[in-house]
Ligand binder design. Structure first.
Ligand code: GLN
Length: 223
């Protein structure tokens, strides 16, 4: 499988993401700059990394969501290509309408940078098939706008459809997210957004490999 990483000014997790994908996939991902309007047909997985695109001006992810490259990502997503947005990448996918809901300022009004625990909410997605349902994994978070919110009807539908891929395990919700939601997939199941950073826990030097199965699932279990 071939992976690509979207690059935007202000992102700062792109190198970590490229390193993680290179290690897991055995080949460096292609990089796609903000102004590109087309993404190659042989790309199976597109990743939008975390950071502070365009300085988080207006709202986190709001400016990025209007860049040509995100339109190209949306076109690929509509055709079933797998897309992962991590942290700022998740915010961008929400702002672009590829996922439902919004990420508000953390309930504490503070930037939170620490390790939390994640519970796998649905192990039947292409991104979580390497985990067991209910499995609890370690994962770092680093954000100030991670407080997932949506209207009650949407919340019910994402819960009923099994779209909650990851939840903050009991007592570790760092931001006040509704239903402890840490990551969701779209209805079709090929777009994942999550606030924590699994790319920072994929090799022994990181102190653990709990994030690895996410990328292995996304890269390995492809049709
Ligand atoms: N690490 C990140 O991607 C941070 C995302 C965003 N800038 C926030 O602080 O909420």
């Amino acid at each position: 499988m071939k992976a690509a990483v979207v690059l935007l000014p202000g992102l700062n997790r792109d190198r970590d993401m490229i390193a993680a994908l290179t290690r897991i996939n055995g080949a460096a991902p292609q990089t796609i700059w903000q102004t590109e309007t087309e993404i190659a047909d042989d790309i199976d997985l597109i990743v939008i990394p975390g950071g502070f695109s365009y300085g988080d001006y207006l709202r986190c992810g709001a400016i990025a969501a209007r860049m040509p490259v995100i339109r190209a990502v949306a076109e690929k997503a509509a055709r079933g290509v797998r897309v992962i947005g991590v942290c700022n990448g998740f915010q961008i996918l929400l702002e672009a309408g590829l996922l439902p809901g919004a990420l508000m300022r953390n309930a504490s009004l503070k930037f939170v940078c620490r390790e939390i625990k994640l519970e796998v909410g649905n192990a039947e997605t292409v991104f979580t098939s390497g985990y067991a349902k209910g499995q609890v994994i370690r994962c770092p978070v680093a954000h100030h706008d991670g407080n997932y919110f949506t209207d009650p009807e949407t919340l019910k539908s994402i819960e009923d459809n099994g779209q909650v891929a990851f939840r903050y395990a009991e007592g570790t919700n760092p931001n006040g997210s509704l239903n402890d939601i840490a990551g969701i997939v779209n209805k079709a199941g090929n777009v994942l957004g999550l606030m924590p950073h699994p790319e920072n826990l994929i090799e022994a030097a990181h102190g653990g490999i709990d994030g690895r199965a996410l990328f292995e699932s996304a890269l390995g279990a492809a049709a």
